[in-house]
Design a protein around this ligand. Structure first.
Ligand code: ASP
Length: 316
């Protein structure tokens, strides 16, 4: 849609959804395990999820397996080990998971632990809480047997040292790449995971959308799963992933739901945001939708043997 057309549409209000989704009037996608992951690294990472399915894993197992791939890759500058640090040179990680029962776990501002997504899952499964942050999250991880390590690689340190010379403000569009993963297993159950090192050279203590349930990720096993990447502050302010799920519940097609959530951000920025936000949505019937604000956005979809990268063009 051209910008002028978009403004016209938003001025008269949105087209009504084509069908009202009650949560039960879609046929559940069964016997067709799926994965949807953000960015090109999702393509390689999806393979780990397909393997988890082959080994009898459910949607949560598969989503976690996918998220662990970039987390464990020291060359990946935006997730887990090797992620770009904050302005003080510290790598601080955010992650969350949500399963088909509506249970959720999250860690934020976690340091020295390579796999925050697995710590988030432990928070979900082994505590009464949803979210642990900072030093408490680290202590919890250690108590659960997670190994501590220095996550700042030479590559990330060099990039940070170079940045320090200018202290140029970066947006996540310049240094982004959260992995959000949506999974649907052979029973048709949904789960999701999201993990990132966040906004490069951020203020020490900054937490983005990725560990916030409803912002960076939301799963409703009756309707669908949604995750996102991009400028976390804007996603938090619009409760993005929850909004997209609720729009799908109202009958919006997955792509239309992603676009409607983005339109709210566009409106708040007078039709011209200068940053990126991208949503991926997986509806209960297996239909995938995506949208991004600007430029383009790539995501990987795996179904059965097939695992393919797709590109979505920006709305503006
Ligand atoms: N959403 C992430 C954050 O704001 C960054 C990204 O996905 O690019 O921390």
């Amino acid at each position: 849609m051209k910008r002028r057309d978009f403004l016209k549409t938003s001025a008269v209000g949105l087209a009504a959804p084509s069908a009202v989704f009650s949560g039960t009037n879609y046929k559940t996608n069964k016997n067709n395990p799926m994965l949807v992951s953000t960015w090109p690294f999702g393509l390689i990472a999806n393979k780990a999820g397909l393997e988890a399915y082959q080994n009898g894993g459910n949607a949560m197992d598969a989503a976690e397996a996918v998220a662990r791939v970039p987390e464990g890759d020291p060359n990946e500058l935006s997730v887990g080990w090797g992620g770009l640090p904050d302005e003080q040179g510290k790598v601080t990680l955010d992650a969350c998971v949500m399963d088909s029962t509506g249970n959720a776990g999250s860690v934020a501002f976690l340091q020295n632990i390579k796999h925050p997504v697995s710590v988030a899952r432990k928070v979900m499964e082994d505590t009464k809480h949803v979210m642990l942050v900072g030093e408490g999250a680290r202590q919890f991880a250690v108590s659960q047997g997670f190994e501590e390590m220095d996550l700042l690689t030479d590559k990330a340190k060099k990039a940070w040292e170079k940045w320090k010379k200018t202290r140029k403000e970066m947006t996540p569009h310049e240094t982004h790449d959260t992995i959000a993963v949506l999974a649907q297993d052979e029973n048709g159950d949904l789960a999701g995971a999201c993990t990132t090192s966040g906004w490069a050279y951020k203020l020490h203590g900054r937490v983005g959308d990725s560990p916030i349930i409803g912002a960076g990720l939301y799963v409703d096993n009756e309707v669908g799963a949604v995750g996102c990447t991009g400028l976390g502050e804007e996603v938090i302010k619009s409760t993005g992933s929850f909004l997209v799920v609720e729009l799908m519940r109202q009958g919006y097609d997955p792509t239309a739901a992603c676009e409607e959530a983005l339109k709210r951000i566009i409106k708040r920025h007078n039709g011209n945001p200068d940053f990126q936000v991208a949503y991926i949505a997986l509806r209960k019937d297996g239909k995938v939708g995506t949208a991004c604000l600007k430029w383009s956005f790539e995501y990987a979809v795996a179904r059965g043997e097939k695992n393919k990268l797709y590109k979505t063009k920006g709305m503006l």
